[in-house]
Design a protein around this ligand. Structure first.
Ligand code: ZN
Length: 234
C-alpha cells in the first residue's frame, strides 16, 4: 500500500501576497494549523483581494479583504478569522482514513472516474494538492475517461500554482465535452492567473462558461475587465 506523505513541503506560497498585507486587531486563534499541523497562532490579516480556487488565491484582484495567516508556516487561508474559527477544522485522522479507503478501492477499479473525482475533491478539500496530483498520475485511465475528472484535475493544478498544466487538463476536458461550463470557467481563471494575465482570453472563456449554463460569471468578467483596464494603463 502506498504510504501517504505527511509533511508539507509542497505547499505553495504566492509571490506578492504577504507584501501587500497588514495585521488586524482581532485576537488570533490558537489551534493546529491545517497546513503545517503545528500548534500555532492563526492571525487576522487584511490585504488585496484574490480570486481563489479551493481557498487558494490564484488571481490578484482590486479591492481589500480579510484573510488569516499561520504565524508558523505563513500559509494564508481565504477566510476571515471568524470563518476560520468556525470552519477550518484540521483534517483529522478520519479524513485521512477515508482518503486511504477510496484510494485502495480505486486500486481495485483503476478506471472508475467517479471514484477518482471524489478522491481529488477530498484531497483538495484538505489542501493536499500534491496528493491529488499524484492520484491523477496513478490512475490515468480514470482521469482521461471523464471530462469532470479532467476539470477537477485542472482546478487542482490551478490551486497548486500550475496554470500551464491546468490549461492542458481543462483543454482535454473541453475536447471531451465542449459544453462543460465549469471547464470553460476555470480556463478563464487560468488565463487570468498566468503571467502576464491574458484578460481577453479570460473574458472569452468566462462568456463560454455562461453560455453553457455555468453560474455567477458576471463578477469574474467584471474583475477580468478591471485587469484588462489596468494593463491598458501600463
Ligand atoms: Zn502553519
Amino acid at each position: 500500500m502506498r504510504r501517504l506523505r505527511r509533511n508539507r513541503r509542497g505547499f505553495i506560497f504566492f509571490f506578492g501576497w504577504r507584501t501587500l498585507t497588514s495585521q488586524r486587531p482581532e485576537p488570533p486563534v490558537e489551534t493546529t494549523c491545517p497546513s503545517c499541523r503545528q500548534q500555532s497562532s492563526i492571525v487576522s490579516m487584511q490585504g488585496r483581494d484574490w480570486f481563489t480556487v479551493f481557498f487558494i488565491p490564484v488571481v490578484p484582484l482590486s479591492s481589500a479583504k480579510q484573510f488569516v495567516k499561520c504565524s508558523s508556516c505563513q500559509t494564508c487561508f481565504d477566510l476571515d478569522i471568524e470563518q476560520f474559527r468556525r470552519k477550518a477544522a484540521v483534517p483529522d485522522e478520519r479524513a485521512w482514513q477515508q482518503c486511504i479507503a477510496v484510494y485502495n478501492t480505486l486500486r481495485e477499479s483503476p478506471k472508475d472516474s467517479v471514484l477518482l473525482n471524489r478522491l481529488l475533491e477530498m484531497y483538495a478539500g484538505m489542501r493536499e494538492f500534491d496528493e491529488a496530483l499524484a492520484a491523477g498520475r496513478h490512475f490515468p485511465d480514470a482521469l482521461n475517461e471523464s471530462a469532470q475528472c479532467l476539470t477537477t484535475y485542472g482546478k487542482v493544478n490551478l490551486a497548486a500554482g500550475k496554470a500551464d498544466q491546468a490549461m492542458k487538463y481543462l483543454q482535454m476536458a473541453l475536447e471531451k465535452n465542449k459544453a462543460m461550463g465549469e471547464a470553460h470557467f476555470y480556463m478563464g481563471v487560468a488565463y487570468l492567473s498566468s503571467n502576464p494575465p491574458n484578460a481577453d482570453a479570460a473574458i472569452a472563456s468566462a462568456r463560454q462558461a455562461a453560455a453553457n449554463g455555468y453560474p455567477n460569471t458576471a463578477e469574474f468578467i467584471r474583475q477580468a475587465e478591471g485587469v484588462r483596464a489596468g494593463q491598458t494603463v501600463k
